[in-house]
Design a protein around this ligand. Structure first.
Ligand SMILES: O=P(O)(O)OC[C@H]1O[C@](O)(CO)[C@@H](O)[C@@H]1O
Length: 242
């Protein structure tokens, strides 16, 4: 794993942006894996700026998002489809049909998982997967205990994850109890991974990811086995690194 230690959130976002731009410019039909949450928002702002400055085009880019809440439709402001439209897709020239987020309201969520996984396989590869880090070590919504060989599947969200994400909802009761997430094996098949980590709350999980035992109890620990992972972490998040 390569660790890039940057000063702050802004620098993390800039670095991530320039790595993504390299992929978008160099691949003929780039395939990006994207994440939601607070961590990648700055990255998406930078990508929009580069697009507005005519430094990049998304015309040929395809994207696959990691996850979606079960029960929220694309117009719900808390759905991850809404988040992606607002934070990135609506502001750049990516064709809508090239953007993929699992549907939270599919009549059969397990079928939706199967279909989503098929789409990823048909795309043949994810050139670069952007990840955030959950406080409990989740990547995507793969909670502790998720098998490392999992594919896109329905998960029951940990109480701690629901608490952590309650800040976006009116009340904890409104936070969905289930989500669809790309599986750990699906994530690990990406050609490269950029993990973004910011803030003191992430210092302990980041140290566990880097030095800890590789265990399904801490899903992000599997990243130690990926050949091409870059962690971009700010000073606060690096506090527990040696
Ligand atoms: O970036 P945040 O808001 O700390 O969230 C970390 C992770 O948690 C999730 O939002 C899911 O809870 C992921 O999508 C994200 O990578």
């Amino acid at each position: 794993m390569k660790i890039i230690n940057v000063k702050d959130y802004e620098e993390m976002s800039q670095q991530a942006c320039s790595m993504l731009l390299d992929v978008i410019r160099n691949e003929i039909k780039p395939v990006l894996g994207l994440a939601t949450g607070s961590t990648p928002e700055g990255l998406y702002q930078h990508l929009i700026e580069k697009y507005n400055e005519q430094k990049v085009s998304f015309q040929e880019t395809t994207t696959f998002n990691l996850d979606e809440y079960v029960g929220l439709d694309r117009h719900d402001p808390n759905s991850y489809r809404f988040f992606m439209n607002e934070k990135l897709f609506n502001h750049v020239n990516i064709p809508e049909e090239n953007t993929h987020v699992p549907s939270g309201i599919a009549p059969d969520p397990n079928q939706e998982c199967y279909d989503y996984e098929q789409l990823i396989q048909e795309a043949d590869r994810i050139d670069v997967q952007v990840l955030g880090l959950g406080l409990n070590g989740h990547i995507g919504f793969n909670e502790p205990g998720t098998p490392f060989n999992s594919r896109t599947h329905v998960v029951a969200l940990d109480e701690s994850t629901r608490q952590a994400n309650a800040r976006f909802f009116d009340s904890i009761n409104d936070v969905p109890t289930q989500a669809i997430t790309m599986g750990i094996e699906t994530i690990m098949e990406s050609k490269s991974i950029i993990l973004l980590v910011s803030g003191e709350k992430k210092a302990e999980p980041l140290a566990r990811l880097v030095y800890g035992e590789i265990s399904e109890d801490f899903p992000a620990s599997i990243l130690q086995k990926h050949e091409n992972v870059t962690i971009i972490a700010d000073e606060a998040a690096c506090a527990n690194l040696r």
